[in-house]
Design a protein around this ligand. Sequence first.
Ligand code: HEM
Length: 510
Amino acid sequence: MDLDLSSFSILVSFFILLITLLRATSHSRTKMNPEPKFPPGPRKLPLIGNLYLFAGFRPPHRTISDLASRYGPVMHLKLGEVNTVVVSSAEAAKDVLKTHDLNFAYRPSLLVTEIICYGNTDIAFAPYGDYWRQLRKICTLELLSVKRVQSFRHIREEESFNLCRWIGSQSEQLINLTERVNLTTSDVVARASLGKKTKEKAAFISVIRKAIEMAAGLHVADVYPSIKLLSRVTGMRARVERLHKESDRILENIINDHRATNAATNSNESKKHEDLIDVLLKFHDSGDELHLTIDNLKSVLQDMFSAGSETSSSTIDWAMAEMLKHPRILKKAQDEVRQVFDKKGYIDEVYIHELKYLKCVIKESLRMHPPIPLLLPRECHEQCEIDGYEIPAKTRVMVNAWALGRDPKYWKEAESFKPERYLDIDSVDYKGNNFEYIPFGAGRRMCPGISFGLANVELPLAMLLYHFDWLLPGGMKPEKVEMTETFGITTRRTNPLYVIPVVKRPLPAT
Ligand code: HEM
């Protein structure tokens, strides 16, 4: 949510000032529509409201969390001209995501997603309604069902194996683990979505990365939505349109390739390894009530990739960093993995469910480092009341999942990485029923990719722990492993994880 201060910012500020002064001359509107009784919040400056709070490089979820400790768990911010309510307690999160779930199942329309996602026709940003319900049904029953996720097992195993083979070739040398893990998860999601034979995979990965970076910004056009010209004068619209054109071209080629291959292949063979394009094309080709146009299909594919790739790689990265910082935990996780898989001599998904401690490590990583710290933004559909405060229609709502996971009101030693805590509190799960723990969100708009996401995290982590011991560079002490966050739509570590692998269990020959 960094503020996009482009070279046009002075021009833009002048422009906003002018418009606002013109508006200020008309008092009558304010008199007719007095400001509703919003929750408390920091002082709003004329024109920019609270935007000044986000001008630095501090991750927004931390800034918001500090403010919430002063102004309360339901807080009002004015971002430019947009009223925003931030929720930072489990009770208020339950109000938004469960009690008033339907009313908050809407997303605001943002410049980047509107252009990139074909007029918000993807799953993540489609307005709540029939179209979104249909997509969501396709998503849960077809694209991300447990059966479908299992069908991608060979992809996960091959790509994780490739990762470990590369690491094995670098034994006792310094490697950038973050970068390699990132490539692996991108490859898994790209192969599952786009298929193996796609020539344009690398180009697609690069264009979606750029789109995610752009979507992470808090753009001037999105905080002054009534000033339509802003997206053009800042040059933002043109930049996003160029990116969209490129992504559209790549997707068009990929889809055409698929159609040509499918037409040429015997249908039984193609069914064996269906990728997500094959599944989506069925909804395009069939004329039944769940019909998707090619543009719909493209926007869903983009979602799969953008929502599925970096979330998984950042989870692996944080889990590895936390274990390196806590050698006792690293050893305990390694002992478990080696005990379960030593009889086999390699890792596959058959016995992965036996890795109870590793699952606790992942759970704890997601508590302290939820990849999407502020859930995707919601919008209030009709006026309602949260925690005794009036929330008018069209208010943007942010839920700070990061703050909930670190609140000492709900967690003993909230700032300590303690996977063992879940051995005592078995009831904490990912389903969005415990509102102090919502790394995948909750309610109607919660993440539909939990099984796929977790599978993409568990297998590579188990392999990294099984085959290698890990040393820190230059004899660095474990407590010195850096845990600072950079900001973007997902929380990543600021600096890549540089480590030295030492092969302990050789990889089986291929
Ligand atoms: C560790 C992995 C993952 C994490 C932590 C995660 C987290 C989240 C969160 C917090 C949301 C917003 C929920 C809300 O607004 O309440 C979300 C939405 C979403 N996620 Fe995930 N996600 C992960 C993996 C995946 C994967 C693998 C996919 C698909 C390939 C995926 C697809 C989506 C989609 C389509 C949405 C939008 C849902 C909607 O608006 O209806 N996610 N995810």
